[in-house]
Design a binder for this molecule. Structure first.
Ligand code: KIV
Length: 269
């Protein structure tokens, strides 16, 4: 008997890749604490993303930029400890992965102290991705709208609307896959572009505001529960409308993703 016999495994990156191959949609929500982690996990949400969106929905900032590595470690650990089945990903926060060396230090903290299974980073950072993957750290890349670069891009806008921009995003997607990324989050891009990227890449593509053809969907939990302050983005949906409880709303989201009823055209660009 191996020392691993009897260890109950959560989902792995291989499971997510098999889901892409079999055509089963991947359901993903953000989570920031143990209670929501356990609730989402019990309903069967496949992936919990400890997003740096916590800077906005938990800490009340106007962007994700003030979030620190310590914040991410704290919330990641709370989420990771409370789930049984779900795959857990955490964001590398703003300016914590400027070089491969710095990225490795940050990612190691999130894996060791935060106990997550994969880290996510924004942009086509091939050198950083290759270094992390080489050290055994699975990487989820994030392309399209990059919230950490909002000051450079001038706002939260749909990306890839013109042909040149669309080609650049497609090229970046191929580049991050070649560098070893195991997953891609695509945010706020036209549905047609996202469909092309998802069909061309081997790795699963999780969309947020990227249409129904992605291999999975993610939403910010507090947006879909309708408790975020401010305007809910067009690509999100209030799943509390008509639901009996928070658990019911999450269940409805999970079913809608699996049956491809969410996102509808009205949530896409
Ligand atoms: O931080 C976050 O919640 C995210 C999602 C918007 C994908 O990155």
């Amino acid at each position: 008997m191996t020392p691993y016999a009897g260890i109950r495994q959560s989902l792995t990156i291989t499971d997510l890749q098999s889901m892409k191959q079999s055509g089963e949609k991947i359901s993903c929500l953000t989570a920031y604490d143990a209670s929501f982690s356990a609730l989402l996990d019990a309903i069967g949400i496949d992936v919990l993303l400890v997003g740096d969106s916590l800077g906005m929905v938990i800490q009340g900032h106007h962007s994700t930029l003030p979030v620190t590595v310590n914040d991410m470690v704290y919330h990641s650990r709370s989420v990771a400890q409370a789930r049984k089945r779900a795959f857990v990903i955490a964001d590398l926060p703003f300016a914590s992965y400027a070089s491969p060396k710095q990225a490795l230090q940050t990612a190691a903290r999130l894996m060791q102290e935060g106990m997550v299974q994969m880290i996510k980073l924004e942009g086509a950072r091939s050198e950083v991705i290759a270094c992390l993957v080489d050290q055994g750290i699975p990487v989820c890349a994030h392309l399209g709208l990059l919230p950490q670069s909002v000051n450079r891009s001038g706002g939260y806008k749909v990306q890839g609307r013109d042909a040149g921009q669309a080609e650049a995003i497609l090229a970046d997607a191929h580049q991050i896959q070649a560098a070893g990324a195991g997953l891609l989050v695509l945010e706020c891009v036209p549905a047609q572009l996202a469909a092309e990227i998802a069909s061309r890449l081997r790795i699963p593509v999780i969309g947020i505001g990227a249409g129904a053809a992605c291999d999975g969907q993610v939403l910010v939990l507090y947006d879909m529960l309708n408790i975020s302050t401010g305007i809910r983005p067009r690509f999100s949906k209030n799943f509390m409308a008509g639901a009996e409880s928070i658990a019911d709303a999450v269940q409805r989201y999970h079913q809608a993703v699996k049956s491809m009823q969410f996102p509808a055209q009205e949530h896409s660009y």
